[in-house]
Design a protein around this ligand. Sequence first.
Ligand SMILES: O=C([C@H](O)CO)[C@H](O)[C@H](O)COP(=O)(O)O
Length: 210
Amino acid sequence: MELQLALDLVNIPEAKELVKEVQEYVDIVEIGTPVIINEGLRAVKEIKEAFPHLKVLADLKVMDAAAYEVMKASEAGADIVTILGVAEDMTIKGAVEEARKQNKKILVDMIGVKDIEGRAKELDAFGVDYICVHTGYDLQAVGKNSFEDLATIKRVVKNAKTAVAGGIKLETLPEVIQAQPDLVIVGGGITGQADKKAVAAEMHRLIKQG
Ligand SMILES: O=C([C@H](O)CO)[C@H](O)[C@H](O)COP(=O)(O)O
């Protein structure tokens, strides 16, 4: 099981500071959608150059023209690129094809997907690398989480790795770990804490002990 640090509400210098603080406890650094909107793919490039030992995920949430967008993120240094599960099948297949060419990985974000079970089976057959259930900020605000959806993808996904994101905190991490996803994605649960290093260390400990 791996831990991904999601960076959403920072600029590039703040992102570097944050990664520096917790780098020994995380496997993947996510350059979040808001960061890419504000800073562009330069944020991916600068973080990868500063921390070459860490995998970097570009949270582009691709919806169309996937081959081009995956290529651009790959050129910037991303190891993993996200695409939305609600995108057209041909868009998903285009993303997978381009990622194979570039020797990169595709993570499908299931945000907004209504039939999690059915879509996860289809995506798994397309050869995506990760399928991630995700409760976005808007649904987090009304008390939702992805625990049930995680159990669903764990049951039906045979080839891809499973991932979970959305409002995961130290207190809820044990419940997540019980479901045994391959990847746990945490943003505010680390970045919003006073002692980020201590929280990241404890999350890392819990995750590695499984
Ligand atoms: O993908 C995300 C969100 O849509 C904003 O771009 C976050 O990175 C993801 O939800 C993880 O962050 P937290 O919910 O703060 O853990």
